[in-house]
Design a protein around this ligand. Structure first.
Ligand code: HEC
Length: 197
């Protein structure tokens, strides 16, 4: 009898714990997975971009950073029930400009973080102050992460003399108000923002 009692207490407590876990997961379900979603988006996009660059050079790859990126934000977003955006203050397509005050702040904070962290001498006080600012922007269901340029990006986002003439011509035609050039490898390029739908 004692054993049965102990067993039922054990089972009951077991149940309570798992019910609690489930309700916590339902309150903040996927936010935990947002970093992985951002990772899936950027590595898929980079994979397609690199394959396309190999195949047809930069001219053929121009559409990857535009059409494919847009398609992917939609596809991966739908798969996980989130909204994915690429935003940049120095944008090529005005559609990728920060859409509101919060997105402007996200870009400011991430840019500041980038320069503080890449400085040779780390200013610990400034980093602490920045982290407080960063925490203030965070709201439930919102995730953001910085994007940096790699060497391969410079072929389309570097100085004009680093972009192949035909590619430059195409970019000029498609994006007469392009601000996304003059980058060096390792620069802060913008942010991936993920929000609950
Ligand atoms: C083959 C040319 C090309 C290469 C290489 C390229 N991009 Fe782009 N990128 C573009 C074009 C074109 C757009 C405009 C996309 C649009 O219309 O939404 C763009 C847009 C972007 C945007 C959206 C913000 C904006 O400026 O409109 C980001 C972020 C971006 N690129 C990052 C990168 C990164 C990081 C790399 C390297 C891994 C890279 N790009 C390599 C052509 C390229």
């Amino acid at each position: 009898m004692k054993n049965i009692l102990l067993l039922s207490i054990f089972i009951l407590t077991g149940f309570t714990v798992s019910a609690q876990e489930t309700s916590q997961q339902q309150d903040r379900p996927d936010t935990l997975y947002y970093p992985a979603i951002a990772q899936e988006f950027s590595s898929t996009l980079q994979g397609i971009l690199m394959a396309e660059l190999k195949k047809g050079g930069t001219l053929g790859a121009v559409s990857v950073c535009s059409d494919t990126a847009l398609k992917l934000t939609g596809e991966i977003g739908n798969k996980y029930g989130v909204k994915i955006k690429r935003i940049s203050d120095k944008n090529r397509n005005a559609k990728n400009a920060p859409a509101n005050e919060k997105e402007v702040m996200i870009l400011q904070v991430l840019l500041e973080e980038h320069s503080l962290l890449s400085a040779e001498e780390k200013d610990e006080d400034a980093i602490k102050a920045l982290n407080i600012k960063k925490e203030k922007i965070k709201t439930p269901g919102l995730f953001f992460t910085p994007m940096k340029t790699a060497g391969a990006c410079i072929q389309c986002h570097g100085n004009e003399d680093q972009i192949a003439p035909a590619t430059l011509q195409k970019i000029n035609e498609l994006y007469p108000h392009d601000k996304a050039r003059g980058y060096k490898a390792g620069d802060f390029r913008g942010a991936i923002v993920i929000e609950k739908k």
